[in-house]
Write a protein that binds this ligand. Structure first.
Ligand SMILES: [Zn+2]
Length: 67
């Protein structure tokens, strides 16, 4: 019985039948270049941060419990 070979993206864990597809998936994911705290509130951890990615774009993320 022949084995079924798949390739898994090391970042998102999605599986592909071809090695090149998995490599393309890995290379499509952006790296976080910097994180800046936007709002801290009274808690130990900040409730929102701005993340700048390797493509130069910045996105703001808010903690789940503050939405
Ligand atoms: Zn991926």
């Amino acid at each position: 019985m022949p084995p079924i070979i798949t390739y898994r993206c090391g970042v998102c864990k999605r599986e592909y039948p071809g090695h090149e597809e998995a490599v393309r998936c890995e290379e499509s994911h952006l790296a976080a270049v910097s994180v800046v705290v936007k709002n801290h509130g009274i808690h130990e951890y900040p409730y929102s941060v701005a993340v700048t990615f390797s493509n130069g774009e910045t996105r703001e993320y808010v903690a789940d419990h503050m939405r």
